[in-house]
Design a protein around this ligand. Structure first.
Ligand code: FES
Length: 102
């Protein structure tokens, strides 16, 4: 397991989503209240980029076909998506935001 730094906590506004490309991964990072959540950016249904979707509470709506995922788990919350997207454990240390990768 390794920690990969994405950004500073203050880099994202509340209810903002942003794409980070690190270690060959495209990660959608979401900030809701003071917590961060990270998913694979690529929608499991097609070419949608989840960081460009519409964030509503803990749901991210893909802007391609309006499928939705829970940003806390990556589980599908609305069709047409069928498969979850990978979620990552997020850690905050010294004002920085990291994800855990295997
Ligand atoms: S590509 Fe995301 S819902 Fe179809």
């Amino acid at each position: 397991m390794a920690l990969i730094e994405l950004c500073s906590e203050s880099d994202l506004d509340h209810n903002e989503a942003r794409l980070f490309s690190v270690n060959g991964l495209d990660i959608a990072l979401f900030k809701v209240e003071d917590n961060f959540y990270a998913l694979d950016d690529l929608c499991s249904h097609g070419p949608g980029s989840l960081s460009e979707g519409y964030l509503d509470g803990f749901n991210i709506e893909c802007d391609f076909h309006n499928g939705m995922f829970d940003i806390r788990t990556g589980e599908v919350t609305a069709p047409p998506c069928m498969d979850p997207v990978k979620s990552y454990v997020v850690c905050k240390q010294d004002g920085k935001v990291f994800i855990e990768i295997d």
